[in-house]
Design a protein around this ligand. Structure first.
Ligand SMILES: C[S@@+](CC[C@H](N)C(=O)[O-])C[C@H]1O[C@@H](n2cnc3c(N)ncnc32)[C@H](O)[C@@H]1O
Length: 340
């Protein structure tokens, strides 16, 4: 797999310090990639290069408009151009088409929605909390829940093999609880790998709209059930062997994580395993982490937590041992495995 560094478009001449370049260029970069994804441009090139007129025809778009967008995508390192033909770069093919490794197009579609929300970021900063939480917004705009789940599904496809490689499940372990399990992909993967497992997926109704259908398509409806609920109500408590808490902790307040982890500890049978996936905060925060915290401030009014904070809650809850695995590449986050 060849990895190519994309150009730093905020310093196009290598000498600029003009702040407008930092303001204007990322906006245009995002707008171009998101528009291309929405129009199906990367997917149209998934089978090979195309003349611009043919490409425009496939998108039912104007040829001049398509060329103008495509030329900027070349400058961004998302397309290549030879004469009048455009093609996906290896990286675009890998991450933004159905022919690649993981198709993050739902992430681009989600970003289109998140954009208008982020216009109001200063209100959340001024108040120190969202004007309206993402979960409430999802109730008002029902198309957002399934779209967010599809976006999370792309991450889950990427993370799945790491989970199977690092999470040991023994023959005697039969009950899996997938808190914040959303699209159901993680429960499906574990149930396929371990024939003795049955799973319960707990998530808010807005996140579970397509899950029953996905589970049925996999022929697992008799082994995976859904529990639509706010997990903070703790009505999911039942004896279990493995609990997944994957990318859910950063959506909760610290006091709620402490409470939920204590209940998970009470639910786990002896020898049971809690698997946490998260982006563990380390000072000084790198740019990605600081951006993610700002997103959380706006969306849910929560934050990311450190290794020490998680270990403190786990110790207090009575977990016997905890081990940490930092995933590769680092943007994939970390796993904390905690045994009862
Ligand atoms: C970042 S997504 C992760 C989804 C999935 N676990 C994964 O790793 O792909 C967080 C999920 O937690 C769910 N969630 C967050 N807070 C919740 C709550 N209080 N009750 C139920 N579900 C919650 C969200 O609806 C969302 O599906």
């Amino acid at each position: 797999m060849s990895l190519t560094r994309k150009p730093d478009i905020c310093q196009p001449t290598g000498t600029a310090e003009l702040p407008m370049l930092d303001i204007y260029m990322p906006m245009m970069k995002s707008a171009a990639i998101v528009s291309a994804a929405r129009m199906g441009l990367f997917e149209a090139l998934a089978e090979g290069e195309l003349e611009v007129d043919v490409l425009a025809g496939r998108l039912a778009a104007d040829a001049h408009g398509t060329r103008t967008l495509a030329d900027f995508l070349v400058a961004l390192g998302y397309l290549t151009k030879s004469a009048t033909r455009y093609a996906n770069t290896d990286s675009t093919q890998r991450w933004l088409t159905s022919a690649g490794q993981i198709d993050y197009t739902p992430g681009a579609l989600w970003t289109h929605e998140a954009w208008s929300m982020m216009g109001d970021l200063s209100s959340a900063v001024a108040a120190g909390t969202p004007q309206r939480s993402l979960w409430d917004t999802m109730r008002d705009k029902p198309h957002l829940g399934p779209l967010f789940s599809r976006y999370m599904q792309a991450f889950a496809q990427d993370l799945g093999p790491d989970l199977i490689a690092h999470v040991p499940v023994t023959d005697g372990q039969t009950r899996l609880l997938d808190l914040g399990g959303s699209h159901g992909l993680h429960s499906i993967r574990f149930c396929r790998r371990y024939r003795q497992l049955n799973a319960v997926i707990v998530d808010m109704p807005s996140a579970l709209t397509d899950t029953a259908q996905t589970v049925a398509k996999e022929g697992l409806s008799d082994r995976i059930s859904l529990h639509p609920a706010n997990l903070l109500y703790l009505d999911w408590i039942q004896p279990c062997d493995v609990v997944l808490y994957l990318s859910v902790g950063h959506n909760q307040q610290a006091t709620d994580n402490r409470r939920v982890l204590a209940e998970i500890a009470r639910s786990l049978r002896p020898g049971g395993l809690l698997v946490i996936h998260d982006y563990l905060a380390e000072e000084p925060l790198n740019a990605f982490h600081a951006a993610f915290r700002l997103t959380l401030l706006y969306e849910t009014g929560t934050r990311t937590y450190s290794d020490e904070e998680y270990r403190g809650w786990l110790q207090e809850a009575g977990f016997a041992s905890v081990s940490r695995i930092d995933l590769n590449p680092l943007e994939k986050g970390s796993l904390l495995l905690a045994w009862r």
